[in-house]
Design a protein around this ligand. Structure first.
Ligand code: AMP
Length: 438
């Protein structure tokens, strides 16, 4: 038996019924369907007449050789009311194409397999990849999932996001989610890669969320470059980008929000960015509702944010596993951040001192068994002498508060505490942190 992939499309009459009927006839005529894709809506290709298409694909098994299989598909098309031979640009009740026949490559005047125009047609490859993600294209030697990702979509509307994700879910795949504000760098890409490594369909959101910026902060000048971001995300394995505008996310401003516990705004960044975590919690909750992922990925670089999200997911009963990914750094130790581009050359040169200070603290406490409190104090005094660095805080998180609030979730590796730092270099605020074994 050969494994085949057949694409179906219709833009005339009852489109869904036409496709269903065609596939049913195929199934009865010796082409056993193993897996159906969902139905995708697409605008008509090239100058094809008629309205929007509905497209689907199936993975099937058959004993029919390619030519009799093609003849059968033509017969079924004819049955559905499509005249044979085809008139190429006409609207059609049913179009059935052989896209792949096992790993055979056939080059005959009236039969070319794999389908020669498959790669230009997202309306073919997207459903084909859903029906048979691991099927290999015999020419490109890549899986359909890999090929289809090259056509990754960017959607801006929540309705489009839902529609696409419903199709992904129907195909039985689990969804992983990476929320970002864009200006994608290796840190963000590490989250996408972790998601893909877990074999999840990866959705990334790119949204510079106004409600998490204070009035004097950098909302307006925050770097935005969707096209470049999309390319990077796609290369790392993202399957879908959600890039809504502010109106899409907050059509009526912010009437309802999520506020983390009071003590949260008394710790680390919370003290200095009064409404920041409320803005983050609210937007992440909204994104969780829209994407409904199985797992969501956040960087340890923003440790307080990660802890807050873990608590929120627990407190508000989100059935989402929150995964922390280690901080990705520049070769000189500076934690990657979208804000690093604001640094002047002199500030950039000074910036790795934040991480080196954290490393020194870790070393003093773990190797030389010095007291954490004294080490922190000494490091603060030392940093304050650096003319480029205006220290905001250098603290260990209050484990006693966290232990209480963290019931039922693993916040840190065992026996470790988090030492966090925030500092201004010029007008750029940078943060970083490290785990210290106590
Ligand atoms: P942002 O776009 O800055 O809101 O960040 C989006 C996500 O990427 C958050 O979960 C961050 O913690 C994570 N992230 C940012 N920088 C890094 C980094 N250097 N290493 C790992 N994750 C990061």
């Amino acid at each position: 038996m050969a494994k085949v992939i057949i694409a179906a499309g219709s833009n005339l009459g009852n489109r869904r019924q036409n496709i269903r009927q065609g596939l049913r006839l195929m199934n009865k005529s010796g082409v056993k369907i193993i897996k159906n894709s969902s139905y995708f809506k697409n605008p008509p290709a090239e100058e094809t007449a008629g309205g929007e298409f509905l497209n689907a694909a199936v993975l099937a098994e058959t004993n029919l050789e390619p030519e009799p299989l093609l003849a059968l598909l033509h017969e079924i098309e004819k049955n559905s009311g499509r005249p044979q031979p085809h008139k190429p640009r006409k609207a059609r009740c049913l179009d059935l194409d052989i896209i792949y026949y096992g790993n055979r490559v056939i080059e005959k005047p009236d039969l070319k397999i794999p389908h020669p125009r498959r790669l230009q047609r997202r309306f073919v490859m997207e459903p084909a990849a859903e029906a048979a993600p691991d099927f290999r294209d015999p020419i490109l030697k890549k899986t359909l999932e890999n090929i289809s990702r090259k056509n990754m979509a960017t959607v801006k509307k929540s309705t489009d996001l839902r529609e696409r994700l419903n199709a992904v879910r129907k195909s039985g795949r689990k969804i992983g989610f990476v929320p970002t504000m864009g200006a994608i760098h290796e840190g963000h890409l590490a989250l996408i890669r972790a998601c893909r490594k877990a074999k999840l369909f990866c959705v990334i959101s790119i949204f510079v969320n106004p409600t998490q910026f204070g009035p004097a902060e950098d909302y307006r000048k925050y770097p935005r470059n969707l096209e470049k971001d999309a390319k990077l995300a796609e290369k790392a394995g993202a399957g879908l980008i959600f890039a809504p505008g502010v109106k899409e996310m907050y059509p009526a401003g912010l009437q309802t929000s999520v506020k983390p516990a009071e003590w949260f705004s008394e710790e680390l960044c919370g003290k200095y960015r009064p409404d920041h975590y409320r803005g983050v919690a609210t937007v992440v909750l909204k994104l969780f509702n829209l994407v409904q992922p199985d797992k969501a990925y956040f960087g340890w670089k923003d440790a307080q944010q990660l802890i807050m999200i873990k608590m929120m997911a627990r407190d508000l009963n989100f059935p989402i596993e929150i995964i922390g990914v280690p901080t990705v750094r520049e070769p000189d130790g500076l934690a990657m951040s979208s804000r690093n581009i604001y640094l002047s050359p002199a500030e950039r040169k000074a910036a790795p001192a934040l991480y080196h200070t954290l490393l020194q603290i870790k070393n003093d406490c773990e190797k030389h068994k010095k007291s954490l409190k004294k080490t922190l104090k000494k490091a603060s005094v030392c940093l304050k002498k650096n003319p480029f660095i205006k220290l905001q805080y250098l603290e260990a998180v209050d484990l006693s508060t966290l232990e209480n609030a963290g019931k039922g979730i693993r916040l840190f590796p065992k026996d470790e505490t988090l030492v966090a730092i925030a500092a201004f270099l010029g007008s750029t605020r940078l943060i970083d942190n490290i785990f210290v074994k106590m």
